[in-house]
Design a protein around this ligand. Sequence first.
Ligand code: SF4
Length: 304
Amino acid sequence: MILYIMKVIRARAMGYCAGVRRAMEIALRESALRECGFPVFTEGRLIHNPKALESLKAHGVRELDSVSDLQRSALSAADYGRGITVVLRAHGVTPEREAELSAIRGVRIADATCPKVKNNQLKARYLVENGFCLFLAGEKSHAEIVGLMGYADCIVVETADEARRESEKLFHISRYVKTALMGQTTLSPAVYDAVTSTIREIFPNTLVIDTVCSATKDRQDATEKLCAFVDAVVVIGGKESANTRGLFHLAKASGKAVYLIEDADELPTEVFAYETVGVSAGASTPDEIIDEVENHLMRRGKCQ
Ligand code: SF4
């Protein structure tokens, strides 16, 4: 009979980044301040983690469905001499959307946009106002990219191939234009590098702003290192979270068995057969979910 207890190793950096932690704290503070049971709304999903959003809901913080929903709540709150708070998500929103919400009578905006994202929004606006043609590397439908595009007209590219097509198109229209490149904060540095060198082949003087957030880089480096010491890796996070998916693909590239889960209930049975399991988590994964997964692995990961 062989008896061993699974060894669980945590990535050196994982879980909530400063921007997400701040957004959660703002939402919970607003929830604690709310009166007469009126909800606190968030514009879009505050962060990309369903478990964290469930816990916010339990505190009376919920995603805004529509402007008419907000107007109705603001009207009933006004009957009690109260206001309604809308928290702007960590990835930011367009200035038009912010203006539309804050123009509703009785609505107060609590801006939980991550300061790094806000900084990028203002930089993008500055560059375009100063005559640059701006490339933006990232997922077109991602909230951060959608929000940033409200600040500046840009050419969004998701891959190096797309960057080549768009650069060639631009070169035919105006070869002497000043170009700049920015990217989604959660983009993989490898993708950003590939987009950068492709654009620079056509526009060698492109001004490249380093927008990949250090929190993203730290989590990617830590996950890459972790893979060398374990038999399998569990990546915890929302399946719609770009940085969580990035960690998953990075770990996959190591050739180890990798599992992407949102919580301990999703741990597959086969993971308990490994001797050493690494745990990593996206930047929007709550601490308590990481602890729960780790405890679960250690409790059940005993073989006889
Ligand atoms: S990953 Fe970086 S930019 Fe994005 S919310 Fe976190 S701290 Fe802000």
